[in-house]
Design a protein around this ligand. Structure first.
Ligand SMILES: Cc1ncc(COP(=O)(O)O)c(C=O)c1O
Length: 474
C-alpha cells in the first residue's frame, strides 16, 4: 500500500471516528456501504474497507454479517467531541502530592535559568562536543550490546573505577569503586539519601542561605528544616548545635556554600564531624563546584576527615561538563551502599548506561583533567570581565567576596528593591536570581546572584549595561 493510500485510509478513519465521538453518528447508526462511501469520497473501496476494519478493531463499530456495519451500542450517549471538552482545570492531586509539587526547586519560579548572567551553569558552547562524539562512537562500536540492557543500578563499573581514581587525584579522597553509586546528578543523590535516612518530622540542618533544590529534596522527604546561619565561614556549627542538637542530618557544602561562597575552616569541620559522631547523625556533603576556586587552592572535602563513616559525599559532572548529562555520584559509607542502591532502583532502575560509558571513556582517555583546566582559565577570564564591566556600568552594586563557584553575589543599595530589580532584569533577558530566594527564613541581605560562566567575556559589557538599565527602571 502506498503512503497516499495509507493517508487516505487514515483520513476516512479519522472522519468517521470524529463523527462517532461527536454524536453525529449515534450508537447503532449504520455506516454507508463501503462501495457507496468510496464512490462518494472518490477513493478506492479497499481504502474504506480498511478504515472500517480499523474502526472495528478499536471498538467504534461492529460488522453484522449480511446487514452492514453499525456504530457500537455501548458508547456513552454524550461522548464529548474533543473540541467541546471543558478546558482542563487543576489536576486533582493527593494532599501529599500537592505539598511536594509546591516545594521550590530553583530561585526563579519559572524554572532553571539560562542565558546571560544565568547562575551556576557552565558555558554550553565550551562543552567538549567533538571529543564527546569520538568517545561516543568508540563506545558504541565496541559494546553496543552491553548498553542495550538494564544498567547496573549502582552505576557502570568502569565509570565508578574512573571516578574513584579522579577523586583520589583531584580531591585527595580515597574511595573504593564499591562505595560509589552513580546518580542522575547530585540532586538524585540528595533525594535518595534523604528518603533513606530521614523519617517525616526529623530535624535536618540546612545552610541559611543555602542551596534551594538541596533543601527541597530534604523537605520532600518530610524533614523539618532547621536553617543554620551560613556566612563567610560557611555553616555555623555551634548555632546548629544550639538550634537542633538532635537533628538527624546536615546538608552542607563545606568547600563553597551556596550562594555566599563561605568555606568551613578546619575547626568547624572537626566540630561538625564530632557532632555527627556524637548524635549518630549524617552529613550530606555537596561538593558540586569545588574545582572552581579563584583564591588559593581547592579545599579538600570534609569526607577526607571522616573517620566515623557519617559523611555521604556528593559530586557531579554538571559544572565540569554539562548539567544536561545528568551524571553525578555519591560516595557512601559501606553499610549504606546496598539500601541506597535498592531505593534508587525503585526510583529509576539506574542511570542511563550509555552516557556513563561515554564519560568513562572520556576519563579513560585522560580528557577530563585538561578540560577542567581549560574551563578554569576561561571562567577566570569571564569572572574578571564581568567584575570589570559591573564596576564600570553598575557602581551601585556591591560584589561580595565569593572565592569560588560560577556566580557572583551583588548586594543592592538600600534604596533598590530586590524583586523590582530582578523583574526589570528578566524583562531585559538577564537571568539573574534574587538573593532572597536562597534564604530559608527572612533574608538578611538583598542582592542578586549573577552567573559569569555562561556569559562570554566579550558580552560582559552588554550584560552589565543591561543590568544598569534594569537598576534605573526598578
Ligand atoms: C549547590 C549545588 N549543588 C549541586 C548542584 C548540582 O546539581 P546536579 O548535579 O543535580 O545538576 C548545583 C547545581 O546548580 C548546585 O548549585
Amino acid at each position: 500500500m502506498s503512503l497516499t493510500d495509507q493517508t487516505r485510509q487514515g483520513a476516512v478513519f479519522d472522519q468517521l471516528r470524529r463523527g462517532i465521538l461527536s454524536g453525529t453518528l449515534p450508537a447503532n447508526a449504520r455506516l454507508p456501504p463501503t462501495r457507496a462511501l468510496a464512490e462518494e469520497l472518490g477513493v478506492a473501496r479497499q481504502t474504506v474497507v480498511l478504515a472500517y476494519e480499523r474502526l472495528a478493531a478499536e471498538g467504534y463499530v461492529r460488522a453484522r454479517t449480511g446487514s452492514g456495519t453499525f456504530v457500537t451500542a455501548d458508547l456513552p450517549d454524550a461522548a464529548p467531541a474533543p473540541k467541546n471538552l471543558p478546558p482542563p482545570g487543576p489536576a486533582r492531586l493527593s494532599c501529599r502530592g500537592a505539598a511536594l509539587a509546591a516545594i521550590p526547586a530553583t530561585a526563579r519560579p519559572g524554572g532553571i535559568s539560562a542565558g546571560l548572567l544565568a547562575a551556576g551553569v557552565p558555558a554550553p558552547e565550551l562543552f567538549p562536543a567533538q571529543a564527546w562524539a569520538r568517545c561516543s562512537a568508540r563506545t558504541l562500536a565496541t559494546g553496543l550490546q552491553d548498553f542495550a540492557r538494564y544498567p547496573d543500578p549502582q552505576g557502570y563499573a568502569p565509570l565508578r573505577a574512573q571516578i574513584a581514581a579522579h577523586l583520589a587525584a583531584t580531591r585527595g579522597l580515597l574511595a573504593e569503586p564499591e562505595q560509589i553509586v552513580v546518580t542522575a546528578g547530585t540532586q538524585q543523590a540528595l533525594a535518595v539519601a534523604a528518603e533513606l535516612l530521614l523519617d517525616p518530622g526529623d530535624a535536618a540542618w540546612v545552610e541559611d542561605p543555602g542551596y534551594i533544590a538541596g533543601r527541597g529534596a530534604l523537605r520532600a522527604a518530610g524533614a523539618a528544616l532547621v536553617g543554620v546561619p551560613s556566612g563567610a565561614e560557611g555553616l555555623d556549627v555551634a548555632a546548629g548545635s544550639a538550634l537542633a542538637p538532635q537533628a538527624r542530618l546536615a546538608l552542607v557544602a563545606p568547600s563553597h556554600a551556596t550562594p555566599l561562597g563561605g568555606a568551613l575552616p578546619i575547626g568547624q569541620r572537626l566540630a561538625l564531624l564530632d557532632w555527627a559522631a556524637r548524635e549518630k547523625a549524617w552529613v550530606l556533603e555537596d561538593d558540586c563546584d569545588a574545582e572552581f576556586r579563584w583564591e588559593g587552592r581547592p579545599l579538600p572535602p570534609l569526607a577526607t576527615l571522616d573517620r566515623g563513616g557519617r559523611v555521604i559525599y556528593c559530586g557531579t559532572f554538571s559544572k565540569t561538563l554539562a548539567p544536561a548529562l545528568r551524571l553525578g555520584f555519591a560516595v557512601l559509607p559501606a553499610p549504606l551502599v546496598e539500601p541506597f542502591v535498592r531505593l534508587r532502583t525503585l526510583a529509576d532502575r539506574g542511570t542511563g548506561e550509555l552516557g556513563q560509558a561515554v564519560l568513562a571513556e572520556f576519563m579513560r582517555q585522560g580528557l577530563l583533567g585538561p578540560h577542567v583546566r581549560r574551563m578554569r582559565t576561561e571562567y577566570m577570564r569571564r569572572r574578571a570581565a564581568l567584575l570589570g564591566a559591573l564596576d564600570r556600568f553598575c557602581p551601585a552594586l556591591m560584589p561580595l567576596a565569593t572565592p569560588g563557584g560560577l556566580h557572583l553575589v551583588l548586594r543592592l543599595p538600600p534604596e533598590l528593591e530586590e524583586t523590582r530589580v530582578v523583574r526589570a532584569a528578566h524583562a531585559r533577558d538577564l537571568a539573574v536570581a534574587p538573593l532572597g530566594a536562597y534564604f530559608l527564613g527572612r533574608p538578611r541581605l538583598a542582592g542578586l546572584v549573577v552567573g559569569f560562566a555562561a556569559t562570554p567575556a566579550p558580552r560582559a559589557a552588554e550584560a552589565a549595561r543591561g543590568l544598569a538599565a534594569a537598576l534605573r527602571a526598578a
